[in-house]
Ligand binder design. Sequence first.
Ligand code: ADP
Ligand code: MG
Length: 395
Amino acid sequence: MIRKKTVRDIDLTGKTVIMRVDFNVPLDKEGNITDDTRIRAALPTIKYVLEKNTKLILMSHLGRPKGQVKEELRMAPVGRRLSELLGKEVIVCKDSIGEEVKKIISGMQTGDVVLLENLRFHKEEEANDPEFAKELASYADVFVNDAFGTAHRAHASTEGIAHYLPAVAGFLMEKEIDFLGRLLYQPAKPYIAIIGGAKVSTKIGVLEKLLEKVDSLLIGGGMSYTFLKAKGFEVGNSLVETEKINMAFELIKKADEKGVNLMFPVDHVVADKVDESAKTKVVETNAMPKDMIGVDIGPKTVRQYKKEIKRASTIFWNGPMGVFEIDKFAKGTFQIAKAMASAKGTTVVGGGDSVAAVNKVGVADKIDHVSTGGGASLEFLEGKELPGIKVLEDA
Ligand code: ADP
Ligand code: MG
């Protein structure tokens, strides 16, 4: 297991704390926050740190400004929302480094909260520039990382800074390490993984690793068609990554060698186009029409997969079972979400779209762990050491 020090394991009293949070919230065209889940998720660590009579500096990126100041990606609206949620003033800086920031920080009183400007307005952030990291570190006595979603990137605010300050995890980061670490190192058996989404190419690493750990691997979504093609089935106009057919074949072989129960959809919703107005029907895997597209798993597959979910002690799900953005093709994904919610085993969901699906069904609070990191959770489960976690102090 990976064990890292957290805010509980370090003396914070009277200190100035700089904390990397994930305030990368979705914004509408007018710059309003459409979903403040990420801000609310950071509150427990923020409140805990403030209870220790500290001064707290928060920092995050927002969107993809690529090293330039983008007015529409300023942190001001995030600061306002945070202030409402905390019920106290949040001082928002117009930059993340520089004289103005230094002045604000040197004027901080105990209990004050400062939010730095969007870190990615400086290209040095993503370049993990040591001088930039050192400057951020110079503002505080302790570094807290509570942004799991960017932990797989070695940036100045996630990795670089930790070389200059005592570095510990926040509660969100702790929960991610705890749940994902258990999946990787000591999952309660039977352990099943349900993997879907668009492309197999983005998930080969995690599929390979999962084959070493799981009892059953249930495949769905667009990636099933590359596998079914490898198995010799007609898949019509479904999404197939021709250059990955060999890889899919190798994965099937590996599952066989490892004695993993590798399951594919036995039926499908097929459509003449990927659109709400499409003509659809349900067909079995050996009867896919040449001129149609597989857009969802069928009812028989749902029943089989539900049965597996029911008998498992650990269930990891990443990747929707169909084009769930279109209501007509969302049934399979939503059924799996519901089955996860009522499962008796430990349930973990990771991945941007899978988490969106769970939220859409309204069952997120019935899942044991909804990971806040898409790419980060997959890299973690691949067994890769995430740079933002590696640099935190070992417990
Ligand atoms: P996550 O973000 O949870 O890791 P992915 O990004 O890998 O998931 O995949 C999500 C995307 O996969 C969704 O946009 C969905 O529409 C698409 N998808 C799922 N099933 C299919 C399919 N049968 N054909 C094409 N695209 C699909
Ligand atoms: Mg996605």
